[in-house]
Structure formats: structure tokens, C-alpha cells
Design a protein around this ligand. Structure first.
Ligand code: FAD
Ligand code: NA7
Length: 455
């Protein structure tokens, strides 16, 4: 009997898994029956933008956390698919920091080319995953959201690719019940123009806080105060953005901070991160982790040690994204095809402990980048993923960190070279700080070197 593999989610990670199998099939391998369950009506995961926030049209929590005018926050060269380059997709070199719609187009371009859509059951939410100890199979209960019908299917292996930037972590502070303005999480943030002219408090000290502070200022906020818990980001912020330590309370619209300072604000946006949240997985199979580079209980960052036929993709905190998802998906595929065997549980746990202890000693982002690159290298050396210059991506990320420190509003105006083709990216026609239109035609249509005739 042909084995059955269930994949949960058709975002970049789930699509990487489907694509990896498709590659093997095209080379003559016998591939298991693949069924991918996607609760949204279309593919792309977070890149599938929706105006909705709160609950979706079916009454489930909205998956989307992306917002309008979101531009890539890292060089695209560090996430390039080695078997489907940006040049192949767009027919020419494009700048290094594309807006969301352009990256979405790229992700879907590869998925479309490899024809994996036929495996995906859209509008189908996975409601429960459990393991039958007798039959040694997974029982996956899904709900068809179009008609509410539930059914349970059996799988030999299950790949969880449901993402982990969707369920917000939302703290509370004294005085919030009487705050006379909007209090929200970045998960529900959609359009910066809502905050034009306002004085804004952004809580958090990481990517979302950085980007939402910049973006709201770019689109007309009067002032943005960023409140950090552990450490300030200390970028050279433009006028009108400042950093203060942790907030303590709100008194009316006046917010107090631990250093005794106060600010009057009109709205508060929590950029306090997300929870790894898998309410649809039985507790003994459920990954429990914070947002770290090497989660516990996942051998090679993928295999759940309690039952390695359950795999998780993309569960790490992310410098690398699509490249890492591909590496994990290729490795998982080769395990499922019987090309790679796994050690016993004790050895898996020892290996995880070594990685996690190293993560605990990392001093700065440069070491964190190398750590994640080493994780990817560790996987790629055993699979047939096409060659590309991984070391170049390490250098790019380190330069990018430096660029951000030099100019937080200007780092996206740089160009990097492709680790796959070597081509140097052209510079975008408009500095990011002045580029208000993030649409795909504007970005591509006027890019330097673009020839509309295609000649
Ligand atoms: P997701 O993209 O979250 O996809 C998971 C999929 O699983 C979704 O389609 C969801 O509907 C589905 N799903 C979930 N639960 C179920 C269920 N129970 N049943 C069925 N289907 C389910 N990365 C970059 O490389 N560059 C960026 O600039 C960048 N910007 C970001 C900005 C924001 C605001 C956020 C939140 C993330 C950003 N990321 C960025 C990181 C992002 O995590 C990855 O790019 C990528 O989307 C992760 O892919 P994924 O498939 O693992 O998860
Ligand atoms: P991250 O990177 O997980 O960061 C979460 C931030 O929130 C981090 O700075 C935390 O501070 C801060 N945090 C968490 N809880 C609190 C409380 N209670 N008070 C104050 N600050 C808090 O999430 P992001 O949303 O920034 O990024 C996620 C992805 O979205 C990323 O891949 C981007 O590309 C886009 P800490 O440092 O722990 O003190």
C-alpha cells in the first residue's frame, strides 16, 4: 500500500514540502500520497494578504499577520530558492528588498511551476491530530469550512507547517481598561494611514516593533515611542521616533515608563511577538517552545523526538526563511522516502542539547546568523538540494545587520548579489523611505533595466 503523508498548511513551509516531493517524483522516485490541508481559501500562508483581522469568515482566528506596505526586511538573496531563482521568475534581476506582493508572486511562481496545487484541500482546517498506537498511524480530523462536514483520515506521517507568527502574545498593564484609544497587537495591524497625525506607543524590541514604528512614521504618524523590555534596538531613528524602557501603566492617555518618564499617546500597538500554538495537536505530540533558533524536542529542527513520524517545519525564529524551509523539507522528504535514517531517541536528544547549549552562548546577531546557517548546512549536506553559495548569504546577512545600524531608513536601498546566479541586484528606483506605492507593477515596471518588451 502506498504510504500517505498529511501536510498541515500551504504557506512557504508546506509548499516547500510538496515541492521537495515533486522534485523527487520528477527524478523517478516513488512518492507517497500527499494531502495538504489549508484552512484558508488560497495558498501562500502569511504572504496571502487579507484585510481581515480578528476572526476570519468562518469564525476561526485570522491567520494573517502581514500588513499593507510591508517590504522584505532582509535581502531577498538570503531566501532565494536554489532551484528557482528570482531571475528565472522575473526574467531579469530585481532589487534586493521587494514589497510583499512581489515576494508572494515569487513563492507562488515556484509552487505553480511544480504543479503542487492538486495536493491541497483548501478551506479545510485540521481540528485534531492524534496517534493510534495499535495501527501505528496518525488520525487527522479535518473540517471542511464550506459545509462544516468533519472527517478523520489516516496518515503514516504528518508534517506540521502551520506557521508560528499568527497567534499574538498580548500583555496587559494597569490602566488599560480606561485608556481612551486603540490598543492592539501587530497581528491585527493592517494600514499605517490609520495612525497619521497620531502619537503612537509601540511596545516591543524586535522586528515588528522596528518595522511598524518606521512604517507608521513614514505614513504620517506625529510621533512614535518604542518601549522595550530587555534592550533598546538603538538604530539611528529618524526624527519623531524614540526608545524608552518598559512601560508600567496608563493613566488616561498618559503612559508611564520604568525610568519615570511619561508620554501622552493616542494608540498603543503591541509588537510583543507570537505564540507557538497548536490547539489541534494532541498534547503528547505538541511542540512546546518559545521563539528560539533551536526549539526543544525537534531533532535536526524537524523531527518530534516523541514520535519522529511527526515533523514540524519552519518552527525556528527566522533570519533565514525560504532557504531554511527548503533544507528542512528536503531532509524530511528523504527520511519519508527511506533515504535517511534517524538515530534513537537518546541520541536525538543529545544532539538537540548540543545545539541548544550553543544557542545559549551566542553573543550577538552575527553569531546567531552563523548558528542558523550551520543548522541549514547540517541538513543540506545530506540531501540533493541544488548547490548555491551559502557562505555568501552569511556575509550578506552580516552586511545587512551593519547596514541597519548605519541607516535604519536606508538599509533597503542597498543591493546584494545572488548566491545562485552571482548577479548583482540593481538599486530600486526610489529610496524606500520615499516609496509609498508598494504594488508589484510599480516596483517591477519602473525598476532600472526593465524592458517592457521583454527583449
Ligand atoms: P505561514 O506563512 O504562517 O503559513 C502557515 C499556513 O498554515 C497558513 O496558510 C495557515 O492558514 C495554515 N494553517 C495553520 N493552521 C492550520 C490548520 N489547523 N489547518 C489547516 N491549515 C492551517 N519572512 C521573510 O522571509 N521576509 C520577510 O520580510 C518577512 N516578513 C514578515 C512579516 C511579518 C509581519 C511576519 C509575521 C512574518 C514575516 N516573515 C518574513 C516570516 C514568515 O514567517 C515566513 O516568511 C513564512 O511565511 C513562514 O512560512 P510558514 O509556511 O512556516 O508559515
Ligand atoms: P519577536 O521577534 O518574537 O519579538 C518579540 C518582542 O516582544 C521581543 O522584543 C520581546 O522582548 C518583546 N516582548 C514580549 N513580551 C513583552 C512584554 N510583556 N513587554 C514588552 N515587550 C515584550 O516577534 P516580532 O513580532 O518582532 O517578529 C516576528 C516575525 O515577524 C519576524 O520573523 C519578522 O520578520 C516579522 P524581549 O526581547 O523578549 O524582552
Amino acid at each position: 500500500m502506498v504510504a500517505r503523508v498529511g501536510i498541515i498548511g500551504a504557506g512557504p513551509s508546506g509548499l516547500a514540502q510538496l515541492h521537495a516531493f515533486e522534485q523527487a517524483r520528477s527524478q523517478g522516485a516513488e512518492v507517497p500520497e500527499l494531502v495538504c490541508f489549508e484552512k484558508q481559501g488560497d495558498w501562500g500562508g502569511l504572504w496571502n494578504y487579507s484585510w481581515r483581522s480578528g476572526l476570519d469568515e468562518h469564525g476561526d482566528p485570522c491567520h494573517g499577520s502581514m500588513y499593507r506596505y510591508l517590504w522584505s526586511n532582509g535581502p531577498k538573496e538570503c531566501l532565494e530558492f536554489a532551484d528557482y531563482t528570482f531571475e528565472e521568475h522575473f526574467g531579469r534581476p530585481i532589487p534586493s528588498f521587494p514589497p510583499r506582493a512581489v515576494l508572494e508572486d515569487y513563492i507562488l511562481g515556484r509552487a505553480g511551476k511544480s504543479g503542487v496545487r492538486r495536493h491541497i484541500r483548501f478551506n479545510t482546517a485540521v481540528r485534531w491530530v492524534d496517534f493510534d498506537d495499535v495501527a501505528r498511524t496518525f488520525l487527522v480530523t479535518v473540517e471542511s469550512l464550506d459545509d462544516g462536514v468533519t472527517r478523520t483520515e489516516e496518515f503514516d506521517q504528518v508534517v506540521v507547517a502551520s506557521g508560528h507568527f499568527s497567534i499574538p502574545n498580548v500583555p496587559s498593564y494597569p490602566g488599560f481598561d480606561a485608556f481612551p484609544g486603540r490598543i492592539m497587537h501587530s497581528h491585527d495591524f493592517r494600514d499605517s494611514q490609520e495612525f497619521a497625525g497620531k502619537n503612537l506607543l509601540v511596545v516591543g524590541g524586535s522586528y515588528s516593533a522596528e518595522d511598524i514604528a518606521l512604517q507608521t512614521k513614514k505614513y504620517g504618524a506625529n510621533s512614535v515611542t518604542i518601549s522595550y523590555r530587555s534592550a533598546p534596538m538603538e538604530f539611528p531613528w529618524p526624527d519623531g521616533i524614540e526608545e524608552l524602557p518598559e512601560m508600567t501603566k496608563a493613566d488616561g492617555r498618559t503612559v508611564g515608563f520604568v525610568d519615570g518618564s511619561t508620554r501622552d499617546v493616542d494608540a498603543i500597538i503591541f509588537c510583543t511577538g507570537y505564540k507557538h500554538h497548536f490547539p489541534f495537536i494532541a498534547s503528547d505530540l505538541r511542540l512546546a517552545t518559545k521563539n528560539v533558533l533551536y526549539p526543544p524536542d525537534l531533532y535536526k529542527g524537524v523531527f518530534f523526538t516523541g514520535n519522529p513520524n511527526l515533523m514540524y517545519l519552519g518552527m525556528q525564529d527566522q533570519f533565514y526563511t525560504f532557504t531554511m524551509f527548503d533544507a528542512e523539507a528536503w531532509y524530511a522528504r528523504d527520511y519519508m522516502l527511506g533515504r535517511i535514517s534517524l538515530p534513537g531517541r537518546e541520541e536525538m536528544e543529545k544532539d538537540i542539547a548540543t545545539w541548544r547549549s550553543r544557542e545559549g552562548s551566542l553573543a550577538d546577531p552575527v553569531e546567531q546568523i552563523d548558528f542558523q546557517a550551520d543548522h541549514i548546512d547540517d541538513l543540506l549536506k545530506e540531501v540533493d538540494y541544488p548547490d548555491f553559495d551559502m557562505n555568501l548569504t552569511r556575509d550578506h546577512f552580516k552586511k545587512w545587520e551593519h547596514d541597519k545600524v548605519e541607516s535604519i531608513i536606508g538599509y533597503r536601498d542597498r543591493g546584494f548579489s545572488s548566491p545562485c546566479t552571482g548577479t548583482q541586484a540593481p538599486l530600486h528606483h526610489t529610496p524606500w523611505w520615499e516609496a509609498m506605492d508598494d504594488s508589484l507593477p510599480t516596483f517591477l515596471g519602473t525598476a532600472p533595466g526593465y524592458d517592457e518588451t521583454g527583449d
